[in-house]
Design a binder for this molecule. Structure first.
Ligand code: MD6
Ligand code: FE
Length: 215
């Protein structure tokens, strides 16, 4: 049965990762099939690619986007763009299943009324990692980010406001959702190298969707 938007589901285990950041364990597990089908459709229109950092290195994570804006990295820096530089077309629209999940997860974490306009899709093969970084290319830091993990598990490092701050290590598994807002919104974080494995629904990869309000 569908839970009310505003009643926390007692079945979902929560873990506070930092001030304003909460892990909702398995929140998206029941919708994983629909989410994966939507990722496939997005990737058919806007293929996964390894972007180049401004320093000239190819990222180990393959990325694509959907929504009105997409996050890109290139020689000029990091930013949101309405057009996919690979296809020179607008990014594919945000699948309703993404926007709906993001709104429900945000509300469950205490951020009602979240309307994302961008979704970055990260694809990790075993060995891929994400160096510690802050998400600071959005305009309004009062808006949370909703992060959905699918496929192979990964170790996630959740730090603090400064790069050197001690980081909490948490395992993120298929169907886990993290909602970050409040003081944690700009905390440093990164993903440890994904271990070798094959996931029954996703194969030899980890996917991460981050739903954002870019503009
Ligand atoms: C990942 N996630 O889990 C990388 N950023 O693959 C992020 O970098 C991230 O999960 C901002 C907010 C939530 C996130
Ligand atoms: Fe990030």
């Amino acid at each position: 049965m569908q839970q009310s938007l505003f009643e926390p589901d007692p079945e979902v285990r929560r873990q506070e990762l930092g001030p304003g950041a909460v892990l909702l364990v398995g929140f998206a597990r029941g919708e994983a099939g629909a989410l994966l089908a939507a990722v496939e459709a997005v990737a058919a229109a806007a293929p996964f690619r390894r972007m180049m950092t401004p320093g000239g290195r190819a990222m180990s994570v393959a990325m694509t986007n959907c929504g009105a804006f997409g996050w890109i990295a290139d020689a000029r820096g990091y930013r949101y763009e309405p057009f996919d530089p690979t296809t020179q077309r607008p990014w594919p629209p945000l699948p309703p299943v993404f926007a709906d999940l993001a709104a429900r997860a945000a509300a469950a974490a205490g951020y009602p009324g979240f309307v994302p306009d961008a979704c970055l899709v990260n694809r990790y093969e075993p060995g891929s990692r994400m160096a510690p970084h802050q998400d600071v290319d959005e305009r309004d830091f009062t808006q949370p980010i909703v992060s959905v993990s699918l496929g192979l598990p990964a170790g996630f490092r959740f730090g603090g406001a400064r790069r050197g701050d001690k980081a909490l290590r948490v395992g993120l598994e298929h169907g886990d959702v993290v909602v970050w807002g409040g003081p944690s919104r700009r905390f440093f974080h990164g993903v440890l190298p994904v271990k070798e494995g094959v996931h029954p629904q996703c194969g030899r990869c980890r996917l991460n969707l981050t739903l954002r309000r870019a503009r």
